[in-house]
Design a protein around this ligand. Structure first.
Ligand code: IMP
Length: 191
């Protein structure tokens, strides 16, 4: 059976492929009617549903998967949150990290978590949603070259290494996205 994934991110596609074993994961870019929607929701769930519905419209009759994720820092009132990708004006990983470290330099509490909301929509419009979180701390200087986004400054609870120093496999085992996908997969098996 096929699952169309509303993302072109190769890492996410690989992760989905591993977790949804037995399913064929097809990127939404394979459907010419696909146009990336404006992610103008005010929660991760709303943005994941916006992506999933846009993908379902472009890939009629298919099961569609979408996710939305970001970094939440409680001491910054939840920022960058749903604005994680465009936290800095430049919107690059380097500039986003620079802004984050700047804002945290005056704050003692460096606790943070990644959150992912994943949504699966069936052709009859039945929706399954699941959330995953990965808790940890923001360190003061970047370490590691793997992963993406805020990985070089995030040390998961119980680890010494940043997410960017872990292998893809190690990260997927504890990541917010891995957790949300695995929850969706276990509920999918009930259908
Ligand atoms: P997306 O909407 O799920 O693609 O993610 C939005 C943004 O959140 C990304 O551009 C990253 O800045 C951040 N983010 C989400 N997941 C991760 C992760 O696993 N590691 C580091 N940053 C992440």
């Amino acid at each position: 059976m096929k699952i169309v994934f509303a993302s072109g991110n190769r890492g996410k596609l690989r992760e989905a492929g591993e977790i949804f074993a037995g399913f064929e994961i097809v990127p939404i870019s394979a459907f010419s009617a696909w146009h990336a929607p404006d992610e103008n929701g005010s929660t991760f769930l709303q943005n994941a549903v916006i992506k999933a519905e846009a993908a379902a419209a472009a890939a009629e009759g298919e099961i569609v998967l979408a996710d939305d994720s970001g970094l939440v820092v409680p001491a910054l009132n939840g920022a960058p949150g749903i604005f994680s990708a465009r936290f800095s004006p430049e919107g690059t990983d380097a500039a986003n990290i620079r802004k984050l470290l700047g804002e945290l330099s005056k704050i003692g509490d460096r606790n943070a978590y990644f959150l992912c909301t994943a949504v699966l929509i069936f052709p009859d419009r039945t929706v399954i949603a699941a959330e995953g979180r990965c808790y940890g701390k923001i360190i003061e200087t970047e370490r590691g070259n793997n992963g993406f986004g805020y990985d070089p400054v995030f040390v998961p609870d119980g680890y010494e290494k940043t997410l960017a120093e872990l292998s893809e496999e190690e990260k997927n085992a504890i990541s917010h996205r891995g957790m949300a996908f695995r929850k969706i997969m276990s509920r999918l098996q009930d259908f």
